[in-house]
Design a binder for this molecule. Structure first.
Ligand code: SF4
Length: 229
């Protein structure tokens, strides 16, 4: 499992994949990566500290991810990240959180004291698809709700059951209303959810222009950021 990498395509940054406590929700129908969660605090901190030693600060931007929300990282790990930020003169952080922590986002921004691009797993702005089919438990109504707390939606495309119209609408919302977004093209995993090859092919053709858009990062593979397995 690679836990340190550099994203050199767009928004150049260092990225670390740390270990956290179990995802507070843990029931999204498409998710099988919560197997990286742990309850062994000392072991998590030991591993996370080792991974964080790789951070050089060369790009002054760091992204920290875990299989869940940043609020599930142990306190000592959060303190260590803050230490690394100071030591390596990091000026910007990318973090991610589930919708349910929305009221704690400002707390995290205050804690780190540098600008944070806060990502959120939106998957789709289609309420039913998101909450019933994907079981995301992110019950906001519009993109404006998201923007009150978060900066950057993470979207999912290429799932059997998703329609081209839904994707078109999602892309329109993302392109017109956010300064940053990540589009994950779904890869089959151990969950029951299946990839729709036809819709992926259509998306790759129709939205090829996103490859040139500096605001939008499209992940055709889960490991395109260089971390994970
Ligand atoms: S919130 Fe994220 S980590 Fe938790 S179950 Fe859903 S997709 Fe998986």
């Amino acid at each position: 499992m690679d836990r340190y990498s550099e994203v050199t395509n767009k928004n150049i940054r260092e990225i670390v994949l740390l270990k956290g406590y179990p995802c507070i929700w843990g029931k999204c129908s498409f998710c099988d990566y919560i197997s990286d969660n742990s309850t062994l605090e000392n072991e998590m901190n030991k591993l996370n500290f080792e991974v964080l030693e790789n951070v050089s600060g060369k790009y002054k931007v760091l992204e920290v991810i875990n299989s869940g929300s940043c609020f599930e990282l142990p306190k000592a790990t959060l303190n260590k990240i803050k230490e690394v930020i100071k030591e390596k003169n990091i000026e910007k952080l990318f973090l991610e959180s589930h919708w349910c922590y929305k009221n704690k986002i400002q707390e995290m921004r205050d804690f780190f004291e540098i600008p944070i691009t806060f990502k959120i797993g939106v998957e789709s702005f289609d309420y039913e698809f998101r909450n019933t089919f994907l079981n995301k438990n992110a019950k906001f109504k519009t993109y404006e709700d998201i923007k009150k707390y978060f900066d950057s939606p993470c979207m999912m495309v290429g799932i059997k059951g998703q329609t081209k119209e839904m994707i078109d609408k999602d892309m329109e919302i993302v392109l017109n209303n956010f300064d940053h977004a990540t589009i994950n093209v779904f890869i089959n995993n151990t969950s029951q959810i299946k990839r729709d090859e036809e819709i992926v092919k259509w998306f790759r053709e129709k939205y090829k222009f996103l490859d040139e858009n500096p605001k939008i990062e499209v992940l055709y593979n889960n490991t395109d950021f260089g971390v994970g397995d």
